[in-house]
Design a protein around this ligand. Structure first.
Ligand code: F3S
Length: 64
């Protein structure tokens, strides 16, 4: 599973980080770091919760 990060859409709400700080890394201003995230086995549920918590829909879940 992978999280596609739409970096330009991030508004710095940090709700992803609040759900899973080890998966969603933020910069000093609270914006998600650019680059897609490869989710380790076992972290899928946490990653999904974090992605779904984003009110801007900046985090897209890719299960392919
Ligand atoms: Fe950005 Fe959404 Fe997270 S706005 S910091 S990707 S909750």
């Amino acid at each position: 599973m992978r999280i596609i990060v739409h970096h330009a859409t991030c508004q710095g709400h940090a709700r992803c980080w609040a759900q899973a700080p080890d998966i969603f890394k933020l910069d000093d201003e609270g914006y998600i770091l650019p680059g897609d995230i490869n989710v380790a086995e076992g972290d899928e549920l946490l990653a999904s919760r974090g992605a779904q918590a984003c009110p801007e829909r900046a985090l897209e879940i890719d299960r392919t």
